[in-house]
Design a protein around this ligand. Structure first.
Ligand code: BGP
Length: 468
């Protein structure tokens, strides 16, 4: 018999400041590295702000947030994940005093959520390092970043105390391996960065994250802080033991972050790896103690799975937003080549839970597609049955994982309102339940329209998943 999702399951959606807010230079906001990335996160930032950077205006959420949150409430959201643009609070990143207008803006957003009993889930850093910190300190290569980041975290924890309970420290922290400028605000060209540099930057982020967990608990014991990783399922391309070992090694690149976040110490396999690669991380005496402040929950994004093979030259490569692997012949893919694998979601939920036995939160999942707004009997609408099918299949697997015994806190659909794509910086790759009239060339009225999936998701939430 079909059973419902748990009563306290947090249904909702997710956005990131740099992909929707716009108003990049309004009310004292400083510049962030995103303001220099007109081509998306796959390309390193340029030196000037370019007008064709769609993110500078986004979907103008900065001025539409009330209307947008009202639409989220209409769908029945219990939680709304968004990020704070660090450079709205500290325009340069290294100031002592925060920018009141920035603090006020997010306070208004939080109050608006609370008006509808929507729990805010806030990402402190979603690929939005203040540009000044990237330029002056080369981002997280510098230990100084720990001080700036924790000062920022303390400022917002104190200001929003009692109003916000759920926090995430770094979006997809494991993306640092692939795009150091985006993940860690490092402006040194990737070719010039060594593994040593990357592990050092990762160490700084991990220490900052653990200090943030401690601060959050000290400021308000009700606070719950999660880490956030790009959740990737790696299958062996064949049953050849070499391919199994390739999976083991690839998995460890991701586990490195979750192990430290959730277990509070460097995992055993780093010792041998550091020796082999001649990596010597500079640490302060207290770092090991600080890392013991483990996260309250683990959150992750999930879009696709991939295959690993020791000799991958003989197979076709898949495309990914942050990583690429070998194509899985059993799976279909999105228009952007992301391989769709709902069962992988059940698998990864079980995998993380088996490893850490701490609550899990799926904070991103969804289908990027080219939607078309058409006239229907009910007015202008997008008939996005493909998105409904994608999410329906994934949510069914979430339910199976819950039935397996996994503790899943909630699910926030990525880009619950159309926004600028991170990887392509385009508007045409849409994820939303809500269509925004904005086009790749920057034209459009910015008017919002409910898609077919809007009504579907509303029903999913109302029925606690019984209609899936
Ligand atoms: C994740 C990012 C998001 C989001 C999503 C979809 O990696 O955390 O910011 O954009 O991917 O990616 P894209 O927008 O490139 O389709």
């Amino acid at each position: 018999m079909k059973t419902a999702f748990p009563k306290n399951f947090l249904w909702g959606g997710a956005t990131a400041a740099n992909q929707c807010e716009g108003a990049y230079n309004v009310d004292g906001k400083g510049l962030s590295i995103q303001d220099f990335m007109p081509d998306g996160v796959m390309k390193p930032p340029g030196k000037t702000i370019e007008e064709r950077n769609l993110k500078l205006e986004g979907i103008d959420y900065y001025h539409h947030y009330k209307e947008d949150i009202a639409l989220f409430a209409e769908m029945g959201f219990k939680v709304y994940r968004f990020s704070i643009a660090w450079s709205r609070i500290f325009p340069n990143g290294d100031e002592e005093k925060p920018n009141e207008a920035g603090l006020k803006f997010y306070e208004d957003v939080i109050d608006e959520c609370r008006k509808y009993r929507i729990e805010p889930l806030i990402t402190l850093s979603h690929y939005e390092t203040p540009y000044h910190l990237a330029k002056t300190y080369d981002g997280w290569r510098s230990r100084k970043m720990i001080e700036f980041y924790t000062h920022y975290a303390k400022t917002v924890f104190t200001r929003y105390k009692g109003k916000v309970k759920y926090w995430l420290t770094f979006n997809e922290i494991n993306s640092l391996w692939h795009f150091p400028y985006m993940g860690a605000g490092i402006l040194t060209p990737k070719e010039k960065l060594s593994k040593q540099d990357l592990y050092q930057a990762a160490h700084h982020e991990l220490v900052a994250s653990a200090m943030t967990v401690k601060l959050a608990h000290e400021i308000d014991p009700e606070n719950m802080v999660g880490c956030m990783v790009l959740g990737l399922v790696n299958y062996p391309r064949t049953c050849h033991p070499d391919d199994i070992i390739a999976v083991m090694e690839e998995n460890r690149k991701g586990f490195f972050f979750t192990d430290i976040h959730m277990r509070g110490h460097y995992p055993f396999y780093t010792k041998q790896m550091f020796e082999k690669e001649n990596i010597h991380i500079q640490m302060e005496d207290e770092d090991m103690e600080i890392l013991k402040n483990t996260c309250d929950f683990l959150s992750f994004s999930y879009y696709m799975s991939k295959c690993m093979a020791k000799d991958d030259s003989q197979y076709e490569k898949g495309k990914g937003n942050l990583t690429t692997g070998v194509k899985n012949p059993y799976l279909k893919e999105s228009e952007w080549g992301w391989q769709i694998d709902p069962q992988g979601l059940r698998y990864i939920l079980n995998m993380y839970y088996e490893r850490y036995e701490k609550p899990l939160f799926i904070v991103e999942n969804g289908l990027g597609a080219m939607d078309e707004l058409v006239q229907t009997d009910q007015g202008m609408c997008v008939e996005d049955d493909y998105r409904i099918a994608y999410m329906n299949d994934h949510l069914l697997e979430v339910k199976k994982a819950i039935d397996d015994g996994v503790d899943v806190m909630g699910y926030t659909a990525w880009g619950c309102i159309d926004l600028i794509s991170a990887s392509t910086a385009e508007m045409k790759k849409r994820y939303g339940f809500i269509y925004v009239d904005r086009n790749n060339d920057g034209s459009g009225t910015l008017k919002r329209y409910r898609k077919k999936s809007f009504y579907w998701y509303k029903e999913v939430i109302a029925s606690q998943g019984l209609n899936l």
